[in-house]
Design a binder for this molecule. Structure first.
Ligand code: SF4
Length: 458
C-alpha cells in the first residue's frame, strides 16, 4: 500500500489502478517539502536570460543567493544578467522600510552599468513590510530615463506559476517600444525558450533555414530592444507553456497576434514545431524548405539513435520536471531509445496536461503533481526505474537511489532541444544508465530492498 500524505492523495494517480481525478494548481501542502520553487524564483527564471537588463533583487541576501546564475542562459554579447544584485535587506529596513535603500541601489547600479532596462524583484519580506516599490521604480525611471519595472513576485503569495505571471506582466511593459525596425510578414516570436545551453541558437537556425524571421525570443539570449518590437510579429510560438501562455494571451488580446503551443524536445515534437509554423504561413516555399530540413535532420539522426537503443531497450525512466509540456516530449523521446516511462510528474501541470500524460503513458504509470523527495524515491523504487530525469533538486534523489540521472532543467550545460539535442539526450541517457558506478551503489547492492530511512540518514 502506497503511503501518501492525506492532503496529497488526489495529486497522485496510477494509470489503470486509481480513479482518475487528479488535483493540481493548488498551493503546496505545508510540511510536504515540495520540490517546487517559490513565486520569486518563478519570475526570476523567466526574466533572467535578458542579458542587457539590470536584475535587482529587493530583499534579504538569501533570495539573491538562491537564484544567482540560476540558468545557463548563454548570451551572444552582453552578460549583465549573470551578476546578482541585491538590496540586502536587514533589520533596520524591516523596521523603517527599504525604499531609500532601493532608490540608492538603483541609482548606483544604473550609473555604473548603463543597462537597457531594470527589473526590481519583490521578495517575501518586501511584501510583508509593504515598501512602495512601484513608486520608487517610477521615480528612478523618470530621473534616469531607463525603464525600471517592478516585478511583483513576493515568494509567499502563490505557486511558481504566479511568478511566471509576474514575469509576463513585466515583459508586457517592454512591448511597443520599437515601431520602426521592419518586421517580415513571415515573422514569429519564440516564447519560453531560455537558451540554457545554446538551444535558442539551434532553434533560430531551423526557422531561418525555413525562411521564417525571428522578431524576438522570450527570453533566451534576450535583449530589451528586441522585446520592444515583439508586438509586430505575426505569430507567437510558445514552448514553455506554463511560463509564457499568459503573455501570449495578453499579446493576442492587445495586438491580435495568434499563438500556437510547441515543444522542441524529441523528434516528433521538434518536427511538429517546424511544420506547425510552416502550415500557419501557408507558403509553398517555406513548406518545401521545412520538409527538406526535417527529412535531412531525421535521416542523419536515426542511425545514431539506434546504437544507443541497443543498450537501453527495456530500461525504465522516471520524469519529474517543472512544466508538463517538457514531460510530454520526454515520454515520446524515451520511446525512441526503447525506454518506458514509469513515473511522470511536474511542478506546474494543469488538468489538461495531466489528461494528456494519461493518454500517452502505459498502464501502471504513476502520474503526480507537485511531488516531494520521499514520494519520488518511493515511486522510483516501486516501479524499478533505472533513470530519473529532472533538475538540480532531483539529482541527489537519483544518486541516493543508485540510478542514472539526466539534468533536463535550468542548470544543464548540454543542449537537449532540436534534432542535435535529441542526439545529445541519447548520449547523456546512455552514459548515465549504463555507467558501471551503479554496481557499487549500496542501494543496488541490496537488490532494491532498500531501507529508505537508513538511506536518507547516510
Ligand atoms: S522570496 Fe521568499 S520564498 Fe522566495 S527565496 Fe526569498 S524568502 Fe525564500
Amino acid at each position: 500500500m502506497r503511503e501518501i500524505l492525506q492532503e496529497r492523495k488526489l495529486q497522485v494517480f496510477e494509470k489503470g489502478t486509481d480513479d482518475y481525478a487528479i488535483e493540481c494548481g493548488k498551493a503546496s501542502t505545508a510540511g510536504s517539502v515540495s520540490q517546487r520553487a517559490c513565486v520569486f524564483c518563478g519570475s526570476r527564471v523567466v526574466l533572467y536570460p535578458i542579458a542587457d537588463a539590470l536584475h535587482l533583487i529587493h530583499g534579504p541576501i538569501g533570495c539573491a543567493a538562491y537564484t544567482w546564475d540560476i540558468r545557463g542562459s548563454l548570451s551572444s554579447g552582453a552578460e549583465l544578467h549573470r551578476l546578482s544584485f541585491s538590496t540586502d535587506i536587514h533589520e533596520n529596513e524591516v523596521i523603517y522600510g527599504g525604499e531609500t535603500k532601493l532608490y540608492s541601489a538603483l541609482n548606483e547600479l544604473i550609473e555604473r552599468y548603463k543597462p537597457a532596462a531594470a527589473f526590481v524583484y519583490c521578495t517575501c519580506i518586501i511584501g510583508l513590510i509593504g515598501d512602495d516599490v512601484d513608486a520608487v521604480c517610477s521615480r528612478v525611471q523618470r530621473e534616469t530615463g531607463i525603464q525600471v519595472i517592478p516585478v511583483h513576485s513576493e515568494g509567499f503569495k502563490g505557486t511558481k506559476k504566479d511568478g511566471y505571471r509576474a514575469a509576463c506582466e513585466a515583459l508586457f511593459r517592454l512591448l511597443g517600444n520599437d515601431n520602426e525596425t521592419p518586421v517580415s510578414p513571415y515573422s514569429i516570436n519564440i516564447m519560453g525558450e531560455f537558451n540554457l545551453a545554446g538551444e535558442t541558437w539551434i532553434i533560430k537556425d531551423y526557422y531561418r533555414r525555413m525562411g521564417v524571421e525571428i522578431a524576438t525570443c522570450f527570453t533566451g539570449d534576450g535583449r530589451v530592444a528586441e522585446i520592444g518590437r515583439a508586438h509586430r510579429a505575426k505569430l507567437n510560438v510558445v514552448q514553455c507553456s506554463g511560463s509564457m501562455t499568459y503573455l501570449a494571451k495578453m499579446m493576442q488580446e492587445k495586438y491580435g497576434i495568434p499563438f500556437i503551443r510547441v515543444s522542441y524536445f524529441g523528434i516528433e515534437d521538434m518536427s511538429r514545431a517546424l511544420y506547425d509554423v510552416a502550415e500557419y504561413f501557408r507558403n509553398d516555399e517555406i513548406m518545401k524548405r521545412t520538409q527538406e530540413l526535417v527529412r535531412n535532420e531525421v535521416s542523419t539522426l536515426l542511425p545514431h539513435l539506434a546504437e544507443y537503443r541497443n543498450d537501453l531497450e527495456g530500461r525504465k525512466a522516471a520524469i519529474y520536471v517543472g512544466g508538463s509540456f517538457k514531460a510530454f516530449s520526454l515520454v515520446k523521446a524515451l520511446r525512441h531509445l526503447g525506454m518506458e516511462t514509469v513515473v511522470v510528474g511536474s511542478q506546474t501541470g494543469s488538468p489538461e496536461d495531466y489528461d494528456y500524460l494519461k493518454e500517452i503513458t502505459k498502464e501502471g504509470t504513476i502520474i503526480c503533481d507537485d511531488s516531494n523527495p520521499l514520494e519520488l524515491s518511493r515511486f522510483i523504487l516501486e516501479k524499478g526505474a533505472d533513470l530519473l530525469i529532472g533538475g538540480v533538486k532531483e539529482r541527489p534523489i537519483a544518486y541516493k537511489m543508485g540510478i542514472g540521472f539526466c539534468d533536463h532543467n535550468h542548470e544543464r550545460k548540454i543542449a537537449l532541444a532540436g534534432f542535435e539535442g535529441m542526439l545529445n539526450f541519447a548520449k547523456e541517457v546512455h552514459a548515465t544508465v549504463m555507467s558501471p558506478v551503479w554496481k557499487f551503489s549500496p542501494a543496488r547492492i541490496k537488490n532494491n530492498k532498500i531501507n529508505l530511512s537508513a538511506n536518507y540518514a547516510d
